[in-house]
Design a binder for this molecule. Structure first.
Ligand code: ADP
Ligand code: 5GP
Length: 204
């Protein structure tokens, strides 16, 4: 039977560095697929529709919910975000590993549907550093930043629902750790029973 891909979920408070870590990992390795989320948030300067997100109107997002087109969805910091189901299912069926960069509400929905998924939580080295990063990123208005920072503590508590925690202090080390988790998970016995079986059926 063909190997199914692994579903990898990456979460963490806004500004922790999820996007930066994923981008760097995708630059280094081409064996991962990125699930492009749909959102009703307005694009930031430099963001491209169909690359960073599928930017949709609220009515369109609600139609996607009604038609059950989303694997999970949530309202985050006042906007809707969701994972289009068909791309993820197609990639997994064809044996490719898919990365979902989503919030904790969405991650818990995915965990119910895919308990065998790999759930990774990215934390900043401190709340002070988180604040510095989100301000220095310069992509959000001060009120948006404050809203995001005020949610950070609550979100960090959700880390206990995940399988792994990676502290994003030095970027290169954090990227290596996330990569190491993905590679180790691929080697889990439960995911490779067919491989052992195949070896058993080879002749001496
Ligand atoms: P998230 O996707 O979690 O909201 P980003 O990836 O956008 O966070 O990172 C927030 C900001 O922090 C960006 O400006 C990014 O360049 C910076 N950043 C990310 N990782 C690090 C790191 N290890 N050290 C210093 N700055 C970082
Ligand atoms: P941002 O506006 O900074 O791009 O993202 C805000 C938050 O929404 C982040 O925590 C990010 O992980 C989350 N997010 C992005 N896409 C999705 C998605 O498809 N589903 C859910 N539930 N959250 C998402």
């Amino acid at each position: 039977m063909a190997r199914k891909g692994n579903l990898i979920v990456v979460s963490g408070p806004s500004g922790a560095g999820k996007g930066t870590i994923c981008q760097e990992m995708f630059r280094q390795h081409c064996d991962l697929q990125y699930s492009i989320s749909a959102t009703t948030r307005a694009p930031r300067t430099g963001e491209v529709d169909g690359v960073n997100y599928l930017f949709v109107a609220k009515a369109q997002f609600e139609t996607m919910i009604e038609q059950d087109d989303l694997l999970e969805w949530a309202e985050v910091y006042g906007n809707y975000y969701g994972t289009p189901r068909s791309y993820v299912m197609e990639m997994l069926a064809s044996g490719k590993d898919v990365v979902l960069e989503i919030d904790t509400q969405g991650a818990l929905q995915v965990k119910k549907k895919f308990p065998e998924g790999i759930f990774i939580y990215i934390v900043p080295p401190s709340l002070e550093e988180l604040s510095k990063r989100i301000y220095n990123r310069g992509t959000d208005a001060p009120d948006v930043i404050e809203r995001r920072l005020s949610c950070a503590k609550e979100e960090l508590i959700c880390a206990s629902e995940y399988n792994y925690v990676v502290v994003n202090d030095q970027l290169d080390q954090a990227v290596d750790k996330v990569r190491a988790i993905i590679v180790a998970e691929r080697c889990r016995v439960q995911r490779n029973l067919d491989v052992v079986d195949e070896v058993l059926h080879t002749s001496c």
